[in-house]
Design a protein around this ligand. Structure first.
Ligand SMILES: *Cc1c(COP(=O)(O)O)cnc(C)c1O
Length: 390
């Protein structure tokens, strides 16, 4: 560790916007659309980028800058840009990197809206995507074409909780001189730093564990300076920027990310272990269980196993729905990474209209439930699951 680089928790707390003349201890909220200049020359120099300062909040804002600086410190990234939502980060990154005629290789287990971009909108601009399934990583290299710009993946995946080897993907990208873009939302920068394993850009939906309390939306892309510069130029023109208010909330949330995620993971491992021993549960998937098919990879690239547990209840589609209906405390909600434990049943909701082969490839079975383990006392979460499994 270099002299200036502090530990994760310290960076999360001590990366702060400069104190004002009021000597506040906690960073205030800078709700302002614009910033004023001393004279015409300062204004000219600022617009010409000869002078680094805030001009207009679509470009940058003190609260947003603080949030970005923290995420960069946490991910070991050179630069970043923050967005109104995770999808604004995903779309703006794609729109910056891709041109008509380009091609992307992506894991098929991606967030639903990202799948929508690949299948519905990018083809409109003559950009194609080829999917590989989590079980077919050996074929990834054969999918690369002369016009492939980047490999895209999430790990752990949603909702199947599969794990992809970042160093394996990065080696393929280096060999073919293409980029590796990773959506690191499920792991958070506390558990996994894709840049250290060779990724060029890392995207987060800050809406999930970064906020961690289900309050505001946000997104961020961090990585190589020259790539972020292009993303910045695209975004300051098109306007997907994060609001100062959301940045203020999220920056304070990041101060507690390490302790929150530690506890989320501790609860999740206990729940995964409990479920694995339950007679009505057919299988459990959790990266830090020995039974996980990619347990060794997870151990190599993740600090802990994350807060998402997938498992199969007996009785297929009806069994899964009955299980959800019998929960008393856990919430049925589409969000994840909240203090509150959330349970979903992909086969009857998010993946109800998906073809059986596609579902199978994504590791989704009819009785599969996904738990986003929260911060309630673990015994109370287990008691709720126990009653519902009966
Ligand atoms: C939620 C999510 C997104 C989208 O983020 P929003 O903030 O909802 O726009 C992208 N990727 C993953 C993995 C997510 O879970």
């Amino acid at each position: 560790m270099s002299e200036n680089k502090k530990h994760f928790e310290t960076e999360a707390i001590r990366t702060q916007t400069e104190t004002t003349q009021f000597s506040e201890h906690s960073v205030p909220l800078y709700l302002t659309s614009g910033f004023v200049f001393d004279d015409a020359e300062e204004m000219r120099a600022s617009f010409a980028e000869e002078k680094q300062r805030n001009l207009y909040s679509r470009y940058s804002n003190p609260n947003v800058n603080e949030f970005v600086d923290k995420v960069c410190a946490m991910e070991g990234a050179e630069a970043g840009f923050a967005f109104a939502s995770g999808m604004a980060a995903v779309f703006s990154t794609f729109a910056t990197l891709l041109e008509a005629g380009d091609h992307v290789v992506s894991c098929s287990s991606v967030f639903g809206a990202t799948h929508g971009l690949f299948t519905k909108y990018l083809p409109k601009w003559n950009i194609e995507c080829t999917y590989f399934n989590v079980g077919e990583v050996d074929s990834v290299e054969s999918l690369i074409q002369p016009n492939t710009k980047f490999i895209y993946a999430e790990t752990p995946t949603n909702p199947g909780v599969d794990v992809l080897d970042l160093e394996f993907l990065s080696a393929i990208c280096k060999k073919h001189d293409i980029l590796l873009v990773i959506d690191n939302c499920f792991a958070t920068p506390y558990l996994q730093n894709p840049i250290k394993h060779g990724a060029d850009l890392v995207i987060h939906s800050a809406t999930k564990l970064m906020d961690g309390q289900g309050r505001v939306l946000g997104g961020v892309t961090v990585g190589k300076k020259e790539l972020i510069r292009e993303i910045y130029l695209f975004s300051r023109l098109t306007g997907p920027s994060m609001s100062a208010f959301n940045a203020w909330v999220l920056s304070k949330s990041l101060e507690t990310l390490a302790v929150r995620v530690e506890k989320h993971c501790e609860n999740a491992l206990k729940i995964a272990t409990y479920l694995e021993a339950h007679p009505k549960v057919k299988w459990v998937k959790y990266p830090f269980l020995k039974s996980h098919p990619k347990h060794e990879v997870a151990k190599k690239q993740m600090r802990l196993g994350g807060n998402i547990v997938a498992f199969e209840v007996e009785g297929g589609l009806e069994g899964g729905k009955t299980f959800l209906d019998s929960l008393k405390m856990c919430s049925l909600s589409a969000n994840l990474g909240d203090t509150r434990t959330i349970v979903t049943h992909p086969a009857s909701t998010t993946h109800a209209k998906v073809e059986p082969e596609v579902k199978a490839a994504a590791g989704i079975t009819d009785g599969m439930a996904r738990v986003s383990v929260g911060l309630e006392h673990v015994d109370d979460i287990i008691a709720d699951l126990e009653k519902a499994l009966k």
